[in-house]
Design a protein around this ligand. Structure first.
Ligand code: NAD
Ligand code: ZN
Length: 246
């Protein structure tokens, strides 16, 4: 085994309060493109901002059209990276996954939902923005097709939106608090597949390190936080983490 992988194995072996912090890069091997990686979707399809979504029914229609136009996220299956994170849970070494992803693949891989802190929500269901009633995508699909009717809440007439945090929308207070608690208690903060350029992703690893945790990054390109790390591997997540936990 090569030296860097051996170091990762050692770090994992000597830690038992691991927090995995994941971004879009852990799901590219499941066929979901990331935003800012070399093949990111950033330039081809600008995300819809929260303010525009709330302000215009046409924008909401466009957003549901995009949602139902591609089922890539709903059909995606966990990959070796998600499965290796779930293995850490089974080894009783993982306290939490903090994720920026909205695809639900950590849960599908076997990490219990109450261990997954979703900073940007979940794209696999929807919620009323006013009363927070939950709607399944199938219910909304049935309203939206065939005439592209924009759905509204049947309880309060509020606007329905996928249960994700869009650009321009406030970070969810409860999840932010849980994430801060989790990173204060960990002995290894393991970052995978995030470019670490937006808040809070850019701040969390530093914060964990300042609280006494070890810090490691697996990402196939450098990040600004590489110099603060105990270990950095510029490699593909799936094969790297699974080799380190087998
Ligand atoms: P990002 O797109 O900014 O960065 C992803 C990073 O992962 C890049 O540095 C890229 O080089 C690296 N990477 C990609 N595939 C990799 C692999 N197989 N192995 C190792 N490294 C790999 O991602 P981000 O920081 O999470 O920010 C994007 C935002 O967009 C997120 O906050 C999220 O809410 C949202 N998003 C989510 C999904 C999802 O749920 N799967 C997908 C796209 C975007
Ligand atoms: Zn409502």
């Amino acid at each position: 085994m090569d030296e860097a992988l051996n170091e990762l194995r050692q770090l994992i072996a000597t830690s038992d309060q691991i927090v995995a912090f994941t971004g879009a890069g852990i799901s590219t091997e499941s066929g979901i493109p990331d935003f800012r990686g070399p093949n990111g979707v950033w330039k081809t399809s600008r995300p819809i901002e929260f303010g525009d979504f709330v302000a215009s029914e046409d924008v909401r229609r466009e957003s549901w059209r995009r949602k139902f136009g591609s089922n890539r996220m709903a059909e995606a299956a966990p990959n070796a990276g998600h499965l290796a994170v779930a293995a850490l849970h089974r080894m009783d070494k993982l306290t939490h996954v903090i994720t920026q992803n909205i695809d639900g693949l950590h849960q599908k891989a076997g990490v219990p939902a109450d261990r997954v802190i979703e900073l940007h929500g979940n794209a696999n269901y929807a919620k009323c923005l006013d009363c927070e009633k939950r709607f399944e995508l199938e219910e909304i699909r049935a309203i939206f097709f065939p005439d592209e009717t924009v759905p509204y809440c049947d309880v309060c007439k509020g606007i329905i939106k996928t249960a994700t945090i869009s650009f321009g929308q406030a970070m969810p207070a409860r999840e932010m608090m849980r994430a801060e608690e989790a990173l204060q208690g960990c002995d290894l903060f393991l970052v995978m597949g995030s470019s670490l350029v937006v808040y809070p992703a850019a701040a969390f690893p530093r914060y964990a390190k300042q609280n006494g945790s070890k810090l490691a990054i697996i990402n196939n390109e450098p990040t600004d936080l590489d110099p603060f790390c105990d270990l950095v591997l510029h490699r593909a997540i799936g094969e790297t983490l699974s080799a380190a936990v087998d």
